[in-house]
Design a protein around this ligand. Structure first.
Ligand code: LER
Ligand code: MN
Length: 273
């Protein structure tokens, strides 16, 4: 069954970003649980920012799952990416993400590689950057496997990376480098910018999709933009997707209302069929 999730960001440096809840962890979890979400997606400054025992108690208390953990703080706070030309930085990026994988795996949650993929720098060799990315994803996919989970790679829109923008590009990359244990993230906001037909692309890449970011065309909660959601929801159901549909959207008009709009949209499209 498809599961609902809402994002909680605990990284002050990304405060203007597309995350629904910003206040302290427990208050956000209490609200998410009261609204009926199945899980939360967490963005933390590092793998040791939250005491795992405390988080274990909270997820039991509020009956929430951890849908996924974001790794973007590695770039925002420490300037790390998997495609930095400096091997020492790439190594640090791999260690940062490895620790996030171990942290998430304690809760059965996969880690997401979004902005940590980086960019090909001007005048740099594009093939070399793809090789570094593939090396990183292969090692981290292996690490996730050992930890009992999988790794999520997220194609981002052209304004955030110059590497891979579409699910098709992600699939070709996984296939050509024969990456193991790496799934794709279908972020409906990025897809709205980069894909032709979102529902068709979802149908074509069903077996590759491991996580979904749920946001409208303007990155506000579903229903606040012009994305034509019914055919997209139909495609998600048709591929028998059983992961999380997670609200990575701006807290517009405010976190509580954004979460409410999200859970209503989620119920409309995925529960009351
Ligand atoms: C960034 O735009 C994004 O979609 C995140 O999920 C990646 O860190
Ligand atoms: Mn995303």
């Amino acid at each position: 069954m498809i599961k609902s999730a809402v994002t909680i960001a605990l990284v002050p440096q990304i405060k203007s970003g597309p995350w629904i809840f910003w206040e302290d962890l427990e208050k956000s979890m209490e609200k998410a649980a009261a609204m009926g979400f199945d899980g939360i997606e967490l963005f933390t400054p590092s793998a040791d920012a939250i005491d795992p025992n405390q988080l274990k108690e909270l997820i039991q208390k509020y009956k929430l799952q951890i849908a996924a953990v974001g790794t973007g703080a590695g770039k925002v706070i420490h300037g790390l990416t998997l495609t930095d030309p400096d091997p020492k930085i790439r190594k640090k990026a791999i260690s940062f993400i490895s620790e996030m994988i171990s942290f998430g795996a304690k809760f059965g949650a996969p880690a997401i590689i979004g902005s940590m993929q980086g960019n090909v720098l001007p005048n740099a060799d594009r093939e070399e950057a793809f090789t570094w990315l593939a090396e990183g994803l292969e090692r981290l996919g292996q690490k996730a496997k050992e930890a009992g989970t999988f790794l999520i790679y997220e194609p981002l829109n052209r304004y955030e990376t110059n590497l891979i923008h579409t699910l098709g590009g992600g699939r070709d990359f996984i296939e050509s480098y024969q990456l193991n244990n790496v799934k794709l993230l279908a972020d409906l906001f990025h897809m709205n910018i980069e894909e032709g037909s979102i529902d068709q692309v979802i149908r074509e890449h069903g077996k590759y999709i491991g996580h979904i970011h749920f946001a409208d065309s303007n990155r506000k909660p579903i229903g606040m933009g012009h994305t034509d959601m019914p055919p997209i929801a139909k495609a998600i159901l048709e591929i028998n997707y059983s992961g999380f549909v997670s609200a990575e959207a701006f807290p517009s008009p405010n976190p509580e209302a954004a979460a409410e709009l999200t859970i209503q949209a989620f119920s409309k499209y995925f529960r009351n069929q």
